[in-house]
Design a protein around this ligand. Sequence first.
Ligand code: PEP
Length: 257
Amino acid sequence: MKKNPKIIVGNWKMNPQTLDEAKRIARGVKKTAEEVKKVITIMCPPTVFTSAVASLSNNRYLYTGVQNIFTETHGAYTGEISADMARNAGARFVIVGHSERRRMGETDAVVNKKILLALTSGLNPIICIGEENHDRDGHYLSVIKEQVHAALQNVALVDIPRIVIAYEPIWAVGADKAMNAHDVHVMTILIRKTIIDLYKLRKQPKQIHIPVLYGGSVDPTNTAGILTEGSADGLLVGRQSLDPKAFSDILRIANAA
Ligand code: PEP
């Protein structure tokens, strides 16, 4: 496998409605994911389908993730799922701080707690950050920096290679149009530089690469531009990840990018 493979995450959100359909999507993705050797694919189904999807994946090209975990390890928290449970069900990754969850009240402090728990349990966090508005005054630049700092509070340098950042401008998630590739490029540079400065990575003896993905209305037509001109290390794909044909096209384009 190439040194820094592209990482393509499929966030199925609260879909599909049946186990049979979840297996159908996973099998459709599996075929292409195992062909494209320069890409790591991560399917994130609803938690109830984790084991079934994981039984079809978890090899060096294809993994399963969950879309959320709880802030505690066990106990009287009706309806919640711990990091250990997710890991035990076969998840290797967890999406943390998705804008749809932040909208339901998840704060930066909660996001940070979940990241620390994920790391302790052997899950690799995919940390979502993104601004509400891409305002003309550039306020979004400090919003992004603050989100990175808050998410990584107390995360040890040794765990940094396990972190994936997904930059998802909120206004582009579930929208008609993705951010343009030039603006993606500016934001990926900002995020990498923020982490390099935070951990003084330039002074570290070993080079550490932090993948910065882009998410927000990705489809086969904008994939190549976001990965090449946009210099994103991968993509977080929502709606199009439920269509194995479209998602497979994205995987093949990413493999060639
Ligand atoms: C997402 O779910 O994070 C997302 C980016 O969705 P979509 O690709 O549908 O915009």
